[in-house]
Ligand binder design. Structure first.
Ligand SMILES: [Zn+2]
Length: 114
């Protein structure tokens, strides 16, 4: 579990990146009102995705805690490291890092808690 200060720093970094992108797009050429709307809507979506990624990854459930048991055979599964996964959410498709576990006997893996 990350600390509140770590979460704040990570969220601030994501917000800053989106703000930079917004300013890059509105400075220089003068966008029309419709273009400004499109830019802000797109960045609003991206900011939501990035904030979702930070808070979801910060949750204990996505971190390696203890080895889960295989749903197939009941053996303890082997930790295989953090792997990138795409999670569909109401915030959009989130690219997350999740702990991955593998059962050698069943030759199947999973991302707990699901
Ligand atoms: Zn198994």
């Amino acid at each position: 579990m990350r600390t509140r200060e770590e979460m704040k720093a990570a969220l601030r970094a994501e917000a800053e990146a989106v703000i930079e992108e917004l300013l890059d797009q509105v400075e220089g050429e003068e966008p029309t009102l419709a273009e400004l709307e499109d830019i802000v809507l797109k960045l609003r979506k991206r900011l939501g995705e990035r904030m979702g990624k930070v808070v979801i990854e910060g949750q204990e459930a996505t971190q390696p805690v203890k080895r889960p048991r295989c749903p197939g055979c009941g053996e303890k599964m082997r930790y295989k490291g953090m792997k990138p996964v795409t999670a569909e959410s109401r915030l959009g498709a989130l690219g997350l890092e999740r702990a991955y576990y593998y059962c050698d006997r069943c030759e199947s893996g999973l991302f707990p808690p699901e």
